[in-house]
Design a protein around this ligand. Structure first.
Ligand SMILES: Nc1ncnc2c1ncn2[C@@H]1O[C@H](COP(=O)(O)OP(=O)(O)OP(=O)(O)O)[C@@H](O)[C@H]1O
Ligand SMILES: [Mg+2]
Length: 295
């Protein structure tokens, strides 16, 4: 588990955020009057079933979709991404990784050009080849990849787990304040999944990044988050510390979601004595159970 953390001030907030798609009979209120506050260094999970509005909310936060109504506040002021320069500066601080790592890359760009793009985005156009190499190789080291082995490869020549690690290496280089990770582990095996989660936690612990983790998996949310938001049909139906939201849920929906995770209160360790002595509120125990179990 990670060290005790410093959770700082609120730097990103949403007020009455709503997004509607379509009209008339085809109208969907994908996100309905949602409020949130994200603090520096906080790990937040947004949990909900398919279609509950998680990705739509993430896209509004990223500035990829406009809210139908409501507002986002960045560093206490209404967010302004109306010009190209303002969007660019916002995206230096708010970044995302998505479920399908393959779709995130241009298949004709080699790994080194993926990483060089990050250096350019950071404004590092005047660095020497050696400085560029060191930056790229440090980022690869952070995610246990060897830059020398990857440099001439194309994204399709990497495994799903390597690809996700490369995504995290990019984030390490871009060093945003907020990372939104939308189901980043659902396409990879359980072993790579645990590694990816550890790396995300390391981003928070080492550079105090705020991480919003979007998932279907209640056990995973419990394991990694400080704060949990539960979404149902566009609404936030539960919000609180991981302990409050998941161990003492108020909404029937959360209770039902927890009921759907048969292992949430059981330790993953198969030995009977370990099971008897394991405290049920121990995050690591519950988390291991559900991560190991997630399908
Ligand atoms: N571009 C769009 N046009 C029309 N409807 C959309 C669009 N994007 C999302 N929706 C609808 O909005 C609702 C919320 O979708 P969203 O993708 O945010 O859900 P989600 O919680 O991310 O689901 P999943 O867990 O499956 O990724 C769904 O009913 C979806 O069909
Ligand atoms: Mg989604």
């Amino acid at each position: 588990m990670s060290e005790p953390k410093k959770i700082g001030e609120v730097f990103l907030a949403g007020k009455n955020l709503t997004r509607v798609f379509g009209h008339g009979d085809k109208k969907t209120i994908a996100v309905n009057n949602v409020d949130f506050e994200f603090r520096r260094g906080e790990i937040i999970s947004i949990v909900g079933e398919s279609g509950s509005g998680k990705t739509t909310l993430a896209k509004m936060i990223l500035g990829l979709l406009n809210p139908t109504s409501g507002e986002i506040f960045y560093e206490g002021k209404p967010r302004d991404i109306s010009s190209h320069a303002r969007r660019r500066s916002y995206w230096q601080n708010i970044q995302a990784i998505f479920q399908d790592p393959f779709s995130a890359y241009n298949i004709f760009n080699r790994v080194d050009s993926v990483l060089m793009d990050c250096i350019r985005l950071q404004g590092g156009t005047k660095l020497s080849p050696e400085e560029n190499f060191n930056k790229m190789s440090d980022a690869c080291k952070f995610v246990n990849l060897k830059f020398e082995e990857l440099t001439n490869k194309y994204p399709l020549e990497l495994s799903g787990g390597q690809m996700q690690r490369l995504m995290i290496a990019r984030i390490f280089m871009l060093n945003p304040r907020l990372l939104i990770a939308d189901e980043p582990t659902s396409m990879i095996d359980a072993c790579s999944r645990a590694t990816i989660l550890d790396m995300l936690l390391k981003l928070r612990d080492e550079i105090n990044m705020t991480i919003v983790f979007i998932t279907h998996d209640m056990g995973l949310a419990y394991y990694i988050s400080d704060t949990v938001y539960i979404m149902e049909k566009g609404l936030i139906v539960e919000r609180g510390s991981a302990d409050e939201a998941i161990l003492s849920p108020k909404s029937d929906y959360t209770k039902r979601l927890i009921g759907d995770v048969p292992k949430i209160y059981e330790p993953w360790d198969f030995s009977a004595s370990a099971a008897e002595t394991a405290p049920v509120t121990e995050k690591a125990v519950i988390g291991n159970g559900v991560i190991g179990n997630a399908g």
